[in-house]
Design a binder for this molecule. Structure first.
Ligand code: ATP
Length: 210
């Protein structure tokens, strides 16, 4: 799987639809202070299912939506009501997880919309609405994801050097692509627990009938 294109609309400082082509190999983002380098990396984490507002330098998830700039009467822009990030992933090498491996191109998108009662987040894979967990698993199985060591933010190298052993282990697990297995194990354990409880109830009912 290869990230090929990232499109941001109304995400943080990227108010207008903005396309970034991601070429093979190592990609570095350079630019003057405040031009949006970190916002770009955060958009990538966000579309891959990041749920921690803190990790996105936001107070709440709605803070990723363009909040307006300057005064609207002059050159400023009014705030937006929604934001969307779409990531195109090339799968010519057919290395995507089984559920998506028949497609040469996979598009994952996430959209957040302001509502009277808060915000609403929608995820899609190839246009079909899916759960956040489906997106997170797609990337976890592909040995990448919102916490992927392939995305290096400012200060991350020194953080890793100073990290506690258990945190360093998490980092290695993500790189090795086993993070998705933990999520699946947790889901399986929950199902097992539900099944055991049902069996216990069945025993009770049978006991009453005897
Ligand atoms: P530095 O090199 O200083 O770390 P950077 O290039 O990484 O900077 P970012 O931190 O990505 O820059 O972008 C900061 C800019 O994004 C600020 O001007 C900030 O006002 C703007 N910004 C962040 N969130 C929003 C938002 N929700 N709406 C509008 N603008 C936003």
């Amino acid at each position: 799987m290869e990230f090929q294109r990232l499109r941001l609309t109304g995400f943080k400082s990227f108010v207008e639809p903005t396309d970034f082509e991601i070429r093979p190999g190592l990609t570095g983002i350079v630019g003057p202070n405040g031009c949006g380098k970190s916002n770009l990396l955060e958009a990538l984490r966000w579309v891959m299912g990041a749920t921690s507002a803190k990790a996105l330098r936001a107070g709440g998830m709605e803070d990723v939506i363009f909040a307006g700039s300057g005064t609207a009467e002059r050159t400023g822009r009014p705030p937006r009501q929604w934001a969307e990030v779409a990531l195109q992933i090339g799968n010519e090498t057919r290395t995507a997880p089984d559920a998506y491996n028949d497609q040469p191109l996979i598009e994952v998108s996430r959209r957040i919309t302001k509502k009277a009662e808060g915000t609403q987040s929608t995820y899609r894979i190839n246009g079909k609405e899916v759960r956040a967990k489906d997106v997170q698993l797609l990337f976890a199985d592909g040995a990448t994801g919102a916490n992927s060591p392939a995305l290096v933010r400012q200060g991350q190298v020194s953080d890793l050097i100073n990290a506690k052993p258990e945190n360093r282990r998490k980092f290695l697990e993500e790189a090795a692509g086993v993070a998705g297995l933990y999520t699946r194990r947790h889901e399986a354990e929950l199902r097992l627990k539900g099944a055991s409880q049902n069996l216990e109830r069945l025993d009770d009912v049978l006991g009453e009938l005897e």
